[in-house]
Design a protein. Sequence first.
Length: 416
Amino acid sequence: MGALTHIAYLTGEYPRATDTFIQREVAALRDLGHDVSTCSIRETGAEHLVGEEQRAEAARTFHVLKAAKSPLHLLKCHWRFLRENPRRYGKALRLALQTNPGGVKSTLYQLFYFLEAAVLGDHLRSQNVTHLHNHIAKSSCTVAMLTSEMTGIPFSFTLHGPDIFFAPDHWRLDKKIEKARFVACISHFCRSQAMSFSAPDHWSKLHIVHCGVQPDRYASACTQNSKAQLLFVGRLAAVKGLPVLLNALADQPEVSLTVVGDGPDRAALENQAKDLGLTDRVDFVGYKSQSDVADLLTQHDIFILPSFAEGVPVVLMEAMAAARPVITTRIAGVPELVEDGVSGSLVPPSDQIALGEAIENLNTNKALQAEMGQAGRAKVQAEFNIAHEAEWLSNLFEGYTQDTPPNTLRPKGPTP
């Protein structure tokens, strides 16, 4: 590899069933020859370890809070950095206090992040890590920023949204962009939001790196059922819009739905389905492994995601890679992936009538399903292939390490 020898990846919880794109990115970087260590603030719950891949990654991941629970180890880590470089240590503490959004609770959290930063920093030093990369720009990114300040190890992060954009001041997105070596934004929409909350001097280091999938992992020849079978995959929470979907299905007796995932609203959604008389047509199956989801995509006709807020959903990429037509909402970066009327149907978020019409339109047109499916697969192969995106991310890591960063938003030349 080039000048970059050892990358550490950090996020709040790793691996999770809902964040398989991070795992794929790590694997792709390793395939390119990078040494990638994984770190997680918290240990992942057993419900997320749905396959052998997740279990293997969990076993090799360093857990910050678990290590920090030893008072002696915590003190040793802080004493190490205070002794080695009091000035850096003081700057990190000052940065933690400067980025405090205010209030007693937030102040305590900032101090916790500072404590965690030394533990993570000690681990990174012991592993000879030369660059730290964070996914999800909230609390784990605060720890990454403070760790970088304390240790001198540069950091970057991948910016997703949408929740970070609801409270950019609280999470000091401006300071994180300022301190980061570069920022990987998952879409043009995401980059525009980052520009809204940062100084123009830093816009040149805001690059676009798509999340991606392995298109070859998904069969493009799928079964077409006589009665439309819809598939939803995601966290069962209000933001995913499932109550709107269930109401729309109540008027379409020929359509069934499989719901993959779990979350805080599962019981309420199951009760809603029962009240609407949908028990025989809506199947809640819980979390499934990546392989299971790939198999389910071949068995269903249409993928549907009626979310109110998203970044660019990786699960849509998976469905499109499997040549499934998609129905989703016209929000944030989604139109950069799904072209309305070509690879799927985009409807206004929360619009039950439009959602129902989109389902009925696709349900009665098998030829259109096939056309949209093939168009979606071509789109993912061209612009959301994890192998190509990891190569672009690798170029960013190496370019910034060698002080010769790329001056483009996306890779130069034709799309692979």
